[in-house]
Design a protein around this ligand. Structure first.
Ligand code: ATP
Ligand code: MG
Length: 363
């Protein structure tokens, strides 16, 4: 093999670890196909690690993530496990801040052979990406809530020109790449509440400035309430969406539901130098330990990781690897024979993983 890549693997808690085993199997199957070695280094972090050691995200894990080519993340957090300050154990937010992973990228698409909860036949053509600003917005208030006695509390929404410019630039570059790949015009839709909030009016103003620099990509804006409706009524009409942190948090669960559930929704947290890839779902305590988790979101996240590595390094073999994984997932579901338990089917995490690795080896 010509080149080596080192991947920091943070499996985490609950189904995070279960679906990470699926990603490992699929990445092992893809390596000989593309002639590249991916060294996966499993590292401790998460709520269970906090219970065992008193630290949720060890310094050594952080250092290994820093020097890795990319980070692959399962999910972290356990019910009833709280840190010393009483808040949930969510090292993923610390990783986002530490590595300045400002772009939360959540692509969703329908797969032939799997039903969607929408009855309109056009739902077969859902293929969109939500780009969530991940470093400011309303989440800026995390750990900074202004609690005045027990009568009044303030959380602050922070929107900066710097933060808004870079997330909008990211969205337009992504739309341009998708337009090239899909052979059609690109479009970015900004989701805000500019009619009510000064912060959001500012976000829209900066969005429009950035849009003017990308005349080849269509640009429009919608209010978040109307967009919640549109995303259920006609999601197949959208391409790339860009939005503030909190709206992005909410809408990413909504769009996951459009294609069957959290187990179908991969994500990337991308900065200018580092990136972390993880399924959009959490640790799912309700199904953890039962082998029921749908690993698709994790597998597609691993494919996104290869795509990002290819773009960064110019090593197109990795982009081929990403395409192979995506095609393997398509094949698993295409015949309608394999259906995740999340869809009311009978197929376990291991069944879906095996079907995907078989499809890869046969490719
Ligand atoms: P977080 O706070 O980390 O977002 P959450 O409490 O919102 O976590 P999730 O873990 O995202 O919860 O799960 C939400 C629901 O989706 C749960 O009912 C869970 O069982 C289901 N779910 C999530 N991921 C999967 C998966 N991969 N396969 C099947 N079901 C899943
Ligand atoms: Mg959630």
């Amino acid at each position: 093999m010509e080149k080596n890549y080192r991947i920091a693997v943070l499996p985490g808690d609950g189904i995070g670890t279960e679906v990470m085993h699926a990603a490992q199997a699929v990445l092992e199957a893809v390596q000989p196909r593309v002639g590249r070695a991916l060294a996966l280094e499993w590292l401790p972090a998460g709520a269970q690690h906090y219970l065992d050691s008193g630290v949720a995200l060890p310094e050594t894990t952080l250092r290994r993530c820093e020097s890795a080519d990319a980070i692959l993340f399962g999910a972290m957090g356990l019910p009833h496990v709280r840190g010393a300050d009483g808040t949930e154990i969510i090292p993923q937010l610390d990783l986002r801040m530490h590595f300045d992973l400002y772009a939360g990228v959540r692509p969703i698409r329908t797969f032939r052979g799997l039903p969607t909860p929408l009855s309109n036949p056009k739902a077969e053509h859902i293929d969109l990406v939500l780009v969530r600003e991940s470093t400011e917005g309303l989440f800026y208030a995390r750990g900074r809530g202004d609690v005045r006695g027990d009568q009044e509390v303030f959380d602050t929404m922070r929107i900066t020109r710097h933060g808004t410019t870079r997330i909008c630039e990211f969205a337009f570059r992504l739309a341009a790449r998708r337009a090239e790949r899909l052979g059609r015009a690109g479009r970015v839709t900004n989701v805000d509440k500019a009619n009510v909030f000064a912060s959001m009016a500012f976000f829209r103003k900066v969005f429009e400035e950035v849009a003017a620099r990308h005349p080849a990509v269509a640009a429009d804006s919608g209010y978040v309430d109307a967009m919640a409706l549109n995303l259920v009524m006609k999601p197949w009409t959208y391409d790339v969406l860009v939005t503030e942190n909190m709206f992005g948090d909410i809408l990413s669960d909504l769009i996951a539901a459009l294609v069957g559930g959290m187990g179908m929704a991969p994500s990337g947290d991308i900065g200018d130098r580092h990136a972390l890839f993880q399924p959009a779902h959490g640790t799912a305590p309700d199904i953890a330990g039962q082998g029921k988790a749908n690993p698709t979101a994790m597998l597609l996240s691993a494919a996104m990781m290869l795509e990002w590595l290819a773009e960064r390094s110019g090593d197109t073999a990795l982009a081929d690897g990403a395409a192979l994984i995506e095609r393997a997932v398509e094949q698993v579901f295409a015949t309608g024979q394999v259906r995740p338990m999340e869809f009311g089917g009978m197929h376990s995490t291991a069944d879906i993983t095996r079907a995907a690795t078989n499809a890869l080896r046969a490719a």
